[in-house]
Design a protein around this ligand. Sequence first.
Ligand SMILES: Cc1cc2nc3c(=O)[nH]c(=O)nc-3n(C[C@H](O)[C@H](O)[C@H](O)COP(=O)(O)O)c2cc1C
Length: 349
Amino acid sequence: MYGLLKSALFGLPPETTHEITTSALRVAQRVGAHRAYAKQFTVTDPRLSVDAFGQTFPNPVGMAAGFDKNAEIPRALAGLGFGHIEVGAVTAERQPGNDRPRLFRLPDDNALVNRMGFNNEGADTVGARLDAEPLPDVPVGVNIGKSKTTPLADAPDDYTYTFSRVGDAVDYVVVNVSSPNTPGLRELQGRDQLAAILEALQDAGASPLLVKLSPDLHQDAVADAVELANDLDLDGIVATNTTTERPESLSHPHAGEQGGLSGAPIRERATEQVRFVAERTDQPVVGVGGVATAEDAYEKIRAGASVVQLYTALVYEGPWVAKRINEGLVSLLERDGFDSVEDAVGADL
Ligand SMILES: Cc1cc2nc3c(=O)[nH]c(=O)nc-3n(C[C@H](O)[C@H](O)[C@H](O)COP(=O)(O)O)c2cc1C
């Protein structure tokens, strides 16, 4: 059924498609239609429920950051059957992001390249919206990034300001130091810079607090970041963001566009990082990167992810993606004799 709609949507530039989709979901949310369609998309099964960083996730398949940057449609997205929604990235300042075009499809590769550059309405506006609007009854996290014009040295204040505006309403906070599209941002993954940001946020009361890492980090740097997360008693690690690398397997000319690659080509790499992180911490890991099927989600869960997220697969698979993954997960758990998703977390470690 998504086939027809997909051909129409794929005939338009990707960002236009995103805007149309978002507008439709905004309307659906305003008139309450999400409550009706949620019945079509939601899989309710106690075996799918996961407790992690103080939250109860009704199922382990979440909406990754970047789709709902301004926290406009969290209830409409929850209605699509996602077990949690991560809104943002939000920055302290309102930003237009990079010039268009800045989002590219690689259909033959089931991938996207984006260089959005943290386009968002800013912490004041998004914070006011989060405070005013009811949130869905699944956990909602906020992904926070650094404003483009803020020097790296002032990053702790910038992140803390954003947290002070958007943190109260949500269930968890993710520090994004891994987007490839804000110059210098990924340098903040270094131990001293990251410690300064995380400590400032902890002092400001951010809890649960997680950090999202790049798949391009060298293993030593990942190990350092995990050690820091352990030392600071952080609540979890999100692995991974998009990559600036381009696997040779990519066939579409858009592979040459600058930005972060997401989708199927980063699946394995992201799973490797989930495993690497999970082997080094007792804190929950959120697995993201190339999850499109139940098998993909299960692979990350067995590698140590407590919950998973996706973005690119919603574009290629359509609105039934969370339902399909959740139904498939139940079958995989049954096949392998696990009583629940929680039982399967880290089974391959
Ligand atoms: C258009 C686009 C915008 C994104 N924006 C953000 C963002 O603002 N913050 C963030 O942490 N990740 C962002 N991401 C990365 C996703 O959250 C996710 O980590 C990545 O796409 C890998 O998952 P996927 O393969 O399921 O898409 C974005 C991804 C895409 C495709």
